[in-house]
Structure formats: C-alpha cells, structure tokens
Design a protein around this ligand. Structure first.
Ligand code: C5P
Length: 250
C-alpha cells in the first residue's frame, strides 16, 4: 500500500505568490497608495496579480494590503477577472515590507512548497520571467532572483548630508553586478526560516536567505519587470502597456 501521509511530488511543488502591496508609495507623490494607482485604467496591483496568475504553475496569490485597505483590495480583486485556476486571499500588511511579507507567508496553506514574492510595484513583469524563476526552484535552487546587467557604472560612497559632495570609496567591477527584480522564488521552508531568524534592514527577500548562508542564484530578468517608483516610471509603464495593446491588436 502506498504511503498516504506524504504528498505526491506535484503537490510538494505547488506554487503560491505573496504580493506585498501595503506601501504608501510616497516617492510617486501624493495620492492613493501606490498599488492602487491605475495604469491603462487598471490598478497597478491588478496588473501585478494578473502577471503572476498568467503562469500556469501559480495556483494561489496572497495579496498583502494596506492595513486600512484590505476590504477595498478584496473588492477590487472580486471585480477584476482572474484565471479560474488561481485562488487569492487578502491579508492586512505591516509597518515594513519585511513584516508585510511575513504576514503573507503566515497565510499560506501547508501544501505550497514553492513561494514567490513579487512587488505590486512591478506590474508588467512578463510571464516568461515568472516561469523562469519557478523552474529554477523546481530544479533545486532554494532561492532564485531575476536579474539584469547594469548600464550604469556603480560607485560606493560615504553618504553625506543632502547637497554635500560624497567621497567615493570604491568602484565594483560592473560586469559582476546585477540589478535584481521580482518575483523572487524560494523553497518555502527556507524563506520562512529567513523571516524567523533574520532581523535588521534588508531590501529584498533573497538578501535574508543569503544571510542564512544559503545559496541564491540569479536567472534572466526582463526590462519590463522594472519597478514603478517615480512619476517618470508611470509614463514608461503606460508606454509599455500601449505597445502591448498594439501588438495584441494586430
Ligand atoms: O517601498 P518599496 O517600493 O521598496 O516597496 C516595495 C513593495 O513593498 C511595494 O509593493 C510596497 O507596496 C510593499 N510594502 C509593503 N508593506 C510596507 C512597505 C512596502 O507591502 N510596509
């Protein structure tokens, strides 16, 4: 008789996505929380959720909403079509991105062995990038991040007061640097352990896994996975959407 207590391999590799969307997005200027700003008439968060749900491997999306906006986010998701195969849940977020991700992880049912963390602020990531990240984790990576080579040379400086010149300390070799995007993919147990054990400021989830001493791999990112941070990014995002509509229409 087969052992019914352990899930079959396909179940163990089920994939969920946590989308932290609880930030205020102050750098975009005053107005609605960033995730609820619209692009092409559709809230950025809905674009981000659809981008994740576009992957056939993703069967659950956990949206971490602004603490006072969970009901609004839930009704937004109810009114915008998602593929039938994708479930979603909404949980209230925390003070920091890290806390918001942890609250999202706590909402995951046990059967999900792979977790992606994706910023709502990256609404236009192509499905191929999502699938590449999932594939890397399915093939055994404990953490995989989409990354791109840099166009600019990067300097390390001694930060000074705004407006003051900053002494340059070092110039890392550009060919070895990558700009890292989301979704970042993880073996769930490793990401949960990172959130339990690592405290202190980090700017991405993979950084916490690195601090555990676990290996992280970089896979191909995409220029359309850029983060909408400043007003000019909204212009670029609208242009990308307009080009997609044109391409879809012909
Ligand atoms: O501020 P930043 O652009 O780095 O935020 C990245 C992502 O983290 C955004 O999608 C934002 O909504 C989310 N976030 C969050 N909870 C916070 C702060 C940011 O979910 N307290």
């Amino acid at each position: 008789m087969s052992d019914v207590s352990s899930p079959p391999p396909a179940e163990a590799a089920r994939t969920a996505v946590v989308i932290p969307a609880a930030g205020r997005g102050v750098r975009l200027g005053p107005g609605a929380p960033k995730a609820l700003r619209t692009l092409g008439g559709v809230p950025m968060l809905i674009h981000a959720v659809r981008a994740m749900a576009a992957s056939r491997a993703v069967s659950l999306v956990v949206v971490v909403a602004p603490p006072d906006g969970a009901a609004e986010v839930k009704s937004l998701l109810d009114t915008h079509a998602l593929p039938e195969r994708t479930d979603f849940v909404v949980v209230p977020g925390g003070e920091t991105r890290q806390e918001s991700v942890r609250l999202g992880l706590e909402a995951l049912p046990p059967e999900y062995g792979i977790v992606l963390v994706h910023d709502a602020a990256r609404p236009l990531v192509p499905v191929d990038t999502v699938d590449t990240v999932i594939e890397a984790v399915r093939e055994g990576a404990v953490a995989a991040v989409p990354a791109l080579p840099l166009a600019d040379t990067v300097k390390e400086v001694e930060p000074a007061a705004p407006g003051e010149p900053e002494p340059v300390l070092a110039t890392p070799e550009r060919a070895r640097l990558r700009a890292v995007q989301t979704p970042q993919g993880f073996a769930r147990a490793t990401l949960v352990r990172a959130h339990e054990q690592i405290t202190g400021a980090v700017t991405d989830d993979a950084g916490m896994v690195e601090q555990l001493g676990e290996p992280v791999v970089a896979v191909a990112g995409h220029e359309e996975a850029f983060k909408v941070t400043r007003p000019l990014d909204l212009v670029l995002a609208e242009a990308v959407l307009a080009r997609r509509r044109l391409n879809d229409g012909f």
